[in-house]
Design a protein around this ligand. Structure first.
Ligand code: FE2
Ligand code: FE2
Length: 362
């Protein structure tokens, strides 16, 4: 039986195996001698991994939501902080032989992609009991073992197949010809993560696992949406033959990753919109609108991440910038030129989501 002929666009219920199924490829994706996920179809087009059923399933859940008259949450592009260094700054450094900061930035991206595997460890409570009217035939009902597992495999690889972590490494190594990787990248990211404060529950009246799950999903969705800007940056930078040794291979690799991210953003916004459209049962037998909960998390996360990401990227880069620039012919004028290419950016005044529990408001 050919699985590819079995797609029914109205179907709402899937097994985990189906949501993890690739379908057949004519040719696998191999990068820098690493076998990666996904592959090429008869027409030479790249098809993302695990999308044979996952892609039509997400479309069907989205359509169901729309048919029921509910809106799909969306993040406007103006919320995405610009990548630092920007494309012009990154090209300037590479043209002047200053590679370490760019190798570092690309390595950070690959490590953060690998962290995406944490989504499979999210504890999914019994959603059918926590949402009034249940969750049958929704994206919410397919998170455990299906959508979360597919997402985790996409990000960090699975068995002998590389995922986004390995694909970014391959793009970096092809474009910059197997550069020396700074040894402290992971340590610094971990140090920063430990410093983040843990806060208590925002909604003590709802199941703590449900609060954690929805909060984490909002956070991952914001990361995924912000990543769009990173992909555009990576494609533009690594496709430029002036600074990239393999402009086609490296640029295409980032394009494939970008394509793979679509189902991540789409299932997260669908499931969060389903939660938003429903009523939640509280632990004390009362009810609360899902919209109040989801919007509160979206607001808080957007409010802090639009500010934090800029600061973090600048800190990461500038810590070693002066040292790294010593390899250039005239480090002082290079730094001046680099800073003159800076773009000022301020987060929009509103996140677009209502906060009713105060604490994180501006
Ligand atoms: Fe990814
Ligand atoms: Fe992703």
């Amino acid at each position: 039986m050919s699985a590819a002929t079995e797609v029914d666009p109205t179907r709402l219920i899937y097994t985990n195996e189906e949501l993890l199924a690739n379908g057949d490829y004519r040719e696998p994706l191999i990068a820098n001698e690493v076998r990666c996920h996904g592959g090429f179809l008869e027409d030479g087009l790249y098809r993302s991994p695990r999308t044979l059923h996952r892609a039509p399933a997400i479309d069907a859940w989205k359509k169901q939501l729309a048919d029921q008259g509910h809106e799909l949450i969306d993040l406007t592009r103006d919320l995405t902080p610009p990548q630092y260094p920007n494309v012009a700054q990154a090209k300037l450094l590479l043209r002047n032989g200053v590679r370490e900061p760019i190798v570092r930035a690309l390595t950070i991206i690959s490590i953060v992609e690998g962290f995406g595997a944490m989504i499979r460890d999210v504890r999914v409570p019994k959603l059918e009991d926590l949402f009034v009217g249940g969750v049958e035939g929704t994206a919410l009902a397919h998170l455990r073992g299906g959508l979360f597992e597919a997402h985790a495999r996409d990000e960090s690889g699975y068995r002998d197949e590389g995922g986004h972590k390995q694909m970014w490494e391959a793009a970096r190594d092809e474009a910059l010809e197997n550069p020396k990787i700074p040894g402290d990248v992971l340590m610094r990211i971990m140090g920063r993560r430990q410093k983040r404060e843990k806060t208590g529950p925002v909604f003590p009246e709802i199941d703590p696992n449900l609060e954690r799950m929805l909060g984490f999903m909002c956070q991952v969705m914001v990361v995924e949406v912000f990543a769009e800007g990173t992909f555009d940056w990576g494609i533009e930078l690594l496709s430029d033959p002036e600074v990239s040794a393999k402009p086609k291979v490296a640029g295409d690799m980032v394009r494939h990753i970008q394509q793979d991210e679509k189902p991540h953003v789409e299932y997260l916004r669908t499931a969060l919109s389903e939660a938003r459209a429903r009523t939640l049962r509280t632990v004390d037998g009362k009810e609360i609108q899902g919209q109040i909960v989801v919007d509160e998390f979206m607001h808080r996360i957007l409010h802090s991440m639009t500010r934090e990401r800029q600061v973090e990227q600048r800190t990461d880069l500038r810590e070693n910038l002066i040292e790294a620039m010593k390899v250039a012919q005239n480090p002082k004028s290079l730094l001046e030129k680099f800073d003159s290419l800076d773009e000022e950016w301020n987060p929009p005044a509103s996140t677009g989501f209502a906060s009713t529990r105060g604490a994180a408001a501006a």
